[in-house]
Ligand binder design. Sequence first.
Ligand SMILES: *[C@@H]1O[C@H](CO)[C@@H](O)[C@H](O)[C@H]1NC(C)=O
Ligand SMILES: *[C@@H]1O[C@H](CO)[C@@H](O)[C@H](O)[C@H]1NC(C)=O
Ligand SMILES: *[C@@H]1O[C@H](CO)[C@@H](O)[C@H](O)[C@H]1NC(C)=O
Length: 158
Amino acid sequence: MAYYPYTKVQLLLLILSIINLMMMTNASSFEPNVTESFEPKVTEIFVSNLPQNTVPLKVHCQSDDDDLGVRTLKVNETFNFSFRLNFWGDTHFYCAFLWGLNNNAFDVFFKRKSPCRFQIPMKDIYCTWLAEDSGIYFARTRDPNPSPGDFRFVYPWL
Ligand SMILES: *[C@@H]1O[C@H](CO)[C@@H](O)[C@H](O)[C@H]1NC(C)=O
Ligand SMILES: *[C@@H]1O[C@H](CO)[C@@H](O)[C@H](O)[C@H]1NC(C)=O
Ligand SMILES: *[C@@H]1O[C@H](CO)[C@@H](O)[C@H](O)[C@H]1NC(C)=O
């Protein structure tokens, strides 16, 4: 019979104390801003800046789990929604935009595949999608009020 320096119970205790030690190290180094670093919030903002006297913009956003419904935006109207990353980091939101016969649909958040994505350091971000007659413009900012210079053209009308 082989010789075991520790009984199974001692071994288990040793493993548990090592795990505990590792968790304590993590906790102490990350404690100051746990929510800041691990659950940053994304706010998606939609604004219509389409010409007056045209049909309103329809925005239909969905995640893999939820259908946020169709929102109708007149000129200068806005709506927004917020979410935090899920545990797996694969939170997925996509929206379809319809303006008369013009349309487009794309991810408004999906890993690093959308212009709306986190930068390091991961802090709350505001992603603003601005519909103009020439297409969809986008701004990613740390505060909810982007300035005109923050926007860039991202998607055309199809
Ligand atoms: C956590 O982040 C917030 C917002 O950025 C900041 O105001 C606060 O001072 C931070 N707290 C610590 C302990 O660093
Ligand atoms: C939309 O907002 C812009 C800028 O605030 C303003 O100049 C314009 O008159 C507004 N248009 C309508 C239809 O309210
Ligand atoms: C989001 O919409 C709510 C309700 O209309 C509004 O009170 C809030 O200011 C909006 N937030 C942003 C960041 O636009």
